[in-house]
Structures are given as C-alpha cells and as structure tokens.
Design a protein around this ligand. Sequence first.
Ligand SMILES: [Zn+2]
Length: 189
Amino acid sequence: MNANFQVTVSKDYLSFSSAHFITFRGHKCESLHGHNYRVGVTVTGQVDPECQFVVDFAVLKEILRPMVDAIDHKVLLPTASPKLTLEESGDQLTVIYLGAPRYQFPRSDCALLPVTNTTAEMLAEYFATTMQAEIEGRGFDHLTELEIEVEESPGQAASYRAVLSPSVNVTLDTTTAGRTAISSTSTTG
Ligand SMILES: [Zn+2]
C-alpha cells in the first residue's frame, strides 16, 4: 500500500463566468473584464483497501460544485487587498482604489473572496484551502495532497497544491503538514 494514486475531476459544469480586475505593482489597475473560468481538482493518496479507489469522484464534485456555483455570474472582489477598500451602503458596494471610488456594484452581484488579488493563482489557493478544510474534516486519512487548477482561458491556468493533514491517530512527520508551494503555469491577464 505504498503506491500513490491520483484522481482528477475537471467537468464542464465546474466552470464559472465572472468579472474581475487585478491590481499590479505600483498604481496600475486593470479594467473590469470577464473570463470563462474552469476549475479542476486532483487528489493524491492511497487507494481505500476496501473500495480500491482514492476517493469517490462524487465526493469531490459535491464539495467543489457549490463553491463554483457561489461565484458564477458575480464580480469577484478581494477582501484582503492592500489597495482596495470595499464599502457597503444599503444594497450597494463601492470599490475604492487607492483612496478614490472606482466602481459601484449591487452587493448581490459581488462575490467577496478572502484573497489579496483575484489572480488565477489566488483563486486556486482559495479553492484549495477551502476544499482542504472540508476534506480533512471528513477524515480521509489516506489522502496526501490536493491540487486545484484554475483556468482563466483555454491554455492559461494557475494551480495551487495543498498537503493534507491526516487526523491525529495517524503517524506523520508534522513538518510536512500544511500548505506547500504554489506552482503557476502562466501569468494572468
Ligand atoms: Zn482577467
């Protein structure tokens, strides 16, 4: 049972069409625009000795799909940006960039995400860490890694890999637990 297996789910319905803009170094800020994003998840681990699968595909879809649906057809806004301030007033949300109002949206049209910038990299980390908590909470001790890929457009994607922590009754070198490096296959735009 030393072999590592991987399962991947990357379905057409794991996609979202959303608006965003990112901030660059200094005082550059993109114009608002949209992408047809697609999310894929790959989980690494040993096969369950009884079922002979790493994890039921249905479980991955059940966790990921609501996260995707929640931000579909929304304006994606970062709540942890050092350059943007989001001000809610009634049902309106004003985006202030470096002290000056830049956009105003109906609050219900926005998805506020705990990231510093809505790059594909940060969206991948957001999906991965949220999904990581869900999977660890379900006690899948035989799973070791979770990788999320966010594709902004065909052939242009970023990914984030999280190392999964087994529950306390499994022996593990704890120095390997937690997040690992981000790997990006292209820049965003
Ligand atoms: Zn973009």
